[in-house]
Design a protein around this ligand. Structure first.
Ligand code: FAD
Ligand code: AMP
Length: 475
């Protein structure tokens, strides 16, 4: 006899656990199976995001930023701290405690919403049957009207620089260093490489980031990427573009990374290497070949706009399907799928998904970049505002960077907002709401923003699109 549910979700990361909670809220009998095991062997819901991604990285970014500011910026505020000490053990325990608390929170939410949680592996069989294999026990057969696949992603490994869990690590390993490496090499100047590079640079490591592409952050607006690159350079972050890593020699003494750029071959000697060259969908052991779920040539579960797979009543969401690998994108897909299963109408607005890089300065954007609009031959207008003219940013000692608002030249509808500066990841929220409601720059211009706040910079950038900025010279 198999246990029956309305919905079984396989994967308990931010896509899967959110889908499960929403489905249960819709009155559906829901189970969520998750295989995550932490380093101490403890199972935990929350997936990569909570256990090895978004949350632990933000905890360390916050701690390292405070340390860095105490070391470098406090004197400017007239604060002397005497001898500053770094207790990395405490920093790491604090990080682990936050993840533990939040993961426990998901278990609480499951109980409150009557989601049945299972720790172990889920394997989709034909006809919406699921074989559940607990971490320490015999397999059990479950079945459901609908199955949602949310198995996430895993770091890409470079064959010439294989992970060894010591000298050469992935992003999870780089969140767990017990000591600050003297010299750290990071391969890949994407979001994860920049965030992890920043953590260890702030804590005192000499960080070198090797990036194969010639362009810095090609997915961001070029003006914003240039500004961020200039600020990182000023901070002493050594980012080498056009540097293709070819080989690595690992020894007792460290790692010699061999890379090539237009000038020829180079070597970089470091103590540790973080390989941050992207992530790939994870679907290992997830599917019986007869289940009817197609995987495309890049390894993603094939889905339509509503996250339906090629098998009837089997859905897939989050990092294991197309689209940006972002926690909030997967969560929104989870909500949509649960609502669709419950017979409601729902959709995800893929055009308005914010991207955030939690470096200092933070970088955040939503919508289209200026280069994308130029390429499409669109007629647009641009407004910018520098944080240098923001009283709040100056009070915070963070007057570098800018807000850029791009709007349609005729309709005035906002097409993209790009920010490099203090709390950009929070500020972008206003832009996301505005774009979700198809707001114009005039809507933002006529909205009262508190003073003195960083949001005034968004307001002024919107005014500047019509050359109406008050606290900047309109050119
Ligand atoms: P995951 O979080 O990967 O969860 C999938 C879960 O499914 C895992 O627990 C896995 O064990 C489980 N699973 C897989 N197969 C099975 C199976 N057969 N049976 C049972 N369970 C299974 N995104 C952001 O939006 N903001 C950030 O700031 C951010 N920072 C990041 C920092 C780092 C260092 C990393 C690595 C990632 C970061 N991300 C961030 C990306 C984010 O973590 C992912 O986009 C997100 O976790 C994807 O959610 P998911 O639910 O699809 O998959
Ligand atoms: P992301 O996909 O945003 O996580 O970024 C990963 C980055 O790693 C991309 O910008 C890639 O260009 C970069 N990358 C991939 N392979 C290499 C390599 N061999 N050497 C240096 N950078 C690389």
């Amino acid at each position: 006899m198999s246990r029956k549910f309305d919905v079984i979700v396989i994967g308990g990361g931010p896509a899967g656990y959110v889908a499960a909670i929403r489905a249960a809220q819709q009155g559906l009998a829901t189970a969520c199976i998750d295989a995550w095991l932490n380093r101490d062997g403890r199972p935990a819901f929350g997936g990569t995001c909570l256990n090895a991604g978004c949350i632990p990285s933000k905890a360390l970014l916050e701690s390292s930023e405070l340390y860095h500011r105490a070391r470098v910026e406090f004197a400017n505020h007239g604060i002397g701290v005497g001898h500053l000490e770094l207790d990395l053990g405490q920093m790491q325990s604090r990080k682990a405690k936050i993840a533990r608390q939040l993961s426990g929170g998901i278990e609480g939410l499951f109980k409150a919403n009557q989601v049945t949680g299972f720790f172990g592996y889920g394997h989709l069989l034909p006809d919406n049957k699921v074989r559940f294999t607990p971490h320490d026990g015999a397999a059990e057969l479950l079945e459901a009207e609908h199955v949602v696949l949310a198995s996430g992603s895993t770091p890409v490994e470079l064959p010439m620089v294989p992970f060894d869990s010591d000298r050469v690590v992935d992003s999870w390993g780089a969140l767990d260093f017990a000591t600050v490496p003297e010299r750290l090499g990071v391969i890949g100047a994407g979001v994860i490489g920049l965030e992890l590079g920043s953590v260890w640079a702030r804590l005192g490591a000499k960080v070198t980031i090797l990036e194969a592409l010639d362009e810095f952050l090609p997915m961001a607006d070029a003006q914003i990427a240039r500004d961020a690159q200039r600020q990182f350079k000023q901070q002493g972050l050594d980012i080498r573009l056009g540097a293709k890593v070819q080989d690595a020699e690992v020894s007792q003494a460290g790692v010699r990374l061999k890379y090539e750029d237009t000038q020829g071959g180079h070597e970089l000697a470091v103590d540790k290497v973080v390989v941050a060259v992207g992530r790939r969908p994870f679907t290992q052991e997830l599917l019986d070949p007869l289940a009817g779920v197609d995987i495309n040539e890049r390894g993603f579960v094939e889905v339509d706009d509503e996250c339906r797979t090629t098998a009837l009543n089997v859905w897939a969401i989050g990092d294991c399907v197309r689209g940006p690998m972002l926690a909030h994108k997967g969560s929104e897909e989870g909500v949509m799928v649960a609502d669709l299963i419950a017979g409601k109408t729902a959709e995800v607005n893929y055009d308005v998904i914010p991207s955030i890089i939690y470096t200092a300065p933070e970088i955040a954007w939503v919508g289209q970049t200026e280069q994308q609009l130029k390429e499409a031959g669109a007629r647009y207008k641009v407004g910018t505002f520098n944080f240098a003219a923001s009283g709040r940013a100056q009070a915070m000692d963070q007057g570098a960077g800018l807000v850029k608002v791009i709007a349609d030249a005729e309709s005035d509808q906002i097409l993209g907002v790009h920010i490099c500066g203090p709390l950009a990841g929070e500020l972008i929220g206003e832009a996301v709401v505005a774009m979700e409601f198809q707001a114009s720059t005039e809507d933002l211009q006529r909205t009262i923003h508190g003073h003195p706040t960083l949001t005034e910079a968004v307001h002024e950038a919107a005014l500047s699109a019509d050359r109406r900025a008050i606290h900047a010279i309109n050119r």
